[in-house]
Design a protein around this ligand. Structure first.
Ligand code: FBP
Length: 324
């Protein structure tokens, strides 16, 4: 099986970017090991502290964040990082060519139930004329991403990765610690019979999303004329991996409960990297009224509504918003 390095070279990734990706993944391998130890290493459970989003931090959130922060700062390739678990950007190496945004442990509510969790990351070029700790360096639309991916900590540790030449999936071979290519040029089926949303929030959604989901649930007795199945992992990394594997639609829409914020999921280190992977695999990703990758960020922890997956199904969902 092909190793990650050769695929990245084949995709024309510059050597310094390849070295940065390998550094980041070395951190993820350590996280994979810590996660797999669980209660044996006392890493389960919550801390008393909250992150900048007001969420109670899990021990593994903080451990994962520290592992990635340390390894990226030491690397010399990175000018600055932004993380879900850091209030502000963290300056690294003034000569660093890249910026890295990451969610060190996505699906925090799954850590203590031995369910799917993961690390999500995106990499952009660092404007050389900016100070390393200047947050405005990160305010680049997702169309500027040079590489993005996630590592899924599940029965296998798997990586989905793109440098803009298709999305490929790799599996960590724990015998020698390398990621091996297990599926090249993933293609998300354009049509699907599977959707993924936290339906317990339905009453708080805007009318278009309520109507769209009601029509899916109405199945072959409704206007869609076919039955749909529902899945919700509670970790975006798990739901998107399923969609890359067999298609589907994932949504975390706008929620009237807190109209000041546009959604739950963060643009820089959740919505953008996942949109990049989905689009590179032939799918689509929208806020409901525009392509997520074209959203101009205003601040590093900005949230957006998210609808992504099988192209035709996303387009169908968007037609409900057009009727608004
Ligand atoms: P974290 O990064 O803090 O885990 O939050 C994001 C997330 O867990 C997503 O991975 C997931 O899709 C969503 O929140 C689950 O939300 P809910 O708890 O409302 O089902």
């Amino acid at each position: 099986m092909k190793r990650l390095n050769s695929q990245l070279q084949e995709d024309g990734a510059p050597m310094e970017l390849i070295l940065l990706i390998r550094t980041l993944l070395a951190g993820c391998k350590e996280i994979s090991f810590r996660v797999s130890q669980g209660a044996l290493a006392g890493v389960l459970g919550s801390l008393l502290s909250e992150n900048v989003q007001g969420e109670t931090q899990k021990k593994l959130d903080v451990i994962s964040n520290q592992i990635l922060k340390d390894i990226l700062k030491e690397s010399g390739y990175v000018k600055a990082i932004s993380s879900e678990e850091e209030d502000d950007v963290v300056g690294c190496h003034p000569e660093g060519k890249y910026l890295v945004s990451f969610d060190p442990l996505d699906g925090s509510s799954n850590t203590d139930i031995n369910s799917l969790i993961g690390t999500i990351f995106s990499i952009t070029h660092a404007p050389q004329w900016m100070e390393a700790d200047d947050p405005s360096a990160f305010l680049q639309p997702g169309t500027q991403i040079v590489a993005a991916g996630y590592v899924l900590y599940g029965p296998s540790t798997m990586l989905a990765m793109s440098t803009g030449r298709g999305t490929h999936i790799y599996t960590l071979d724990k015998t020698h610690g390398g990621f091996l290519l297990t599926e090249a040029n993933v293609e998300v089926p354009e049509q699907t019979k599977e959707f993924s949303i936290n339906s317990s929030n339905q009453r708080h959604w805007e009318e278009p999303m309520q109507n769209y989901i009601n029509d899916l649930i109405a199945g072959d007795e409704g206007p869609r004329g076919k039955n749909f199945n529902m899945r919700w992992v509670g970790a975006m990394v798990g739901d998107i991996h399923r969609i890359l594997s067999r298609g589907g639609l994932f949504a975390y829409p706008f929620d009237k409960r807190n109209p000041k914020i546009a959604g739950k999921l963060r643009l820089l280190y959740e919505a953008n990297p996942m949109s990049f992977l989905i689009e590179q695999a032939g799918g689509a990703a929208t806020t409901g009224d525009r392509r997520i990758l074209e959203v101009m960020p205003e601040e590093i922890h900005q949230r957006v509504p998210v609808i992504m997956g099988s192209k035709e199904e996303v387009e169908t969902c968007v037609t409900y918003y057009a009727k608004k």
